[in-house]
Design a protein around this ligand. Sequence first.
Ligand SMILES: [Zn+2]
Length: 287
Amino acid sequence: MALIQTEGLVLAVKPQSEADLLVTLFSRELGKVQVAAKGVRKAASRRRALAQPLIHARYLLYEGSNYLHLNQGELISAFPELRQDLEKLLSAQYLLGLWERVLPLRQPAPRLYRLLGAALHLLAPLDTSLVLTYVEAQFLQVLGLRPEVNHCVQCRRPLGAGKSWWALAAGGLRGECCGPPYPGAVLLSPRLKRLLRCFFYLQPAELAALEVSAAELEAIHQLLAEHASQHLEGIKLQRPLIDLSAPVILGDERGNQDGNGTVRKNGYSAAENRGDLSGGPAGPGGD
Ligand SMILES: [Zn+2]
């Protein structure tokens, strides 16, 4: 049995049987893979901690007939600082879900791996909305879906410091050279345009120094979400609604109750969650 050594982040888990889980792992070396984790739901399993959503670990895997299988592993981080804060935890869950939906199986994606790792480490110390907006912008950038923010989408002239309008269907900004794409199109102030650019070009370490208001973050998020819904089929940048009255049940512990397509209390639908961390209430069928 040849063992495969890899480092990875757990995006999602779902029960496979009473004792087994199927783990969706984002491996640095292999891309998104499905890993059968036999016996990890037993209370005595020492590998249980490796097969939970929001875990960063080194894994030893081996090939089975349908899936990779978990042999053993070594925990790097369980992100305790995110688990202690509902808003941070649901935000991490939102990012894991985005990655899970967009990644194809078994295609290494090192830039998306680095971005997700950086995002999970930035979420605890920095403002949640700042990090999510940055990650949404970078996510589109890495996928090759960045809106055009440097040249007028109509005439391709470089956008100067003046006014710009959001031209959703054309995939970016129109400058004063061409004017608004239609009456009432969203007008971006020179400052908002500069900020929008920043989110595509800043390094993660530079984010803490960026001065941006909550209203500006929301405006940029809305632009990115509109752009994504137009240009990234089936993927919505739809952030979780934080409901402090709903208990958060992590991964495996919530059992099989999900997956029926019902809208959950915190605003997620099970279809969007697809087996990752759940922010929803525990139902009577939970284990
Ligand atoms: Zn133009």
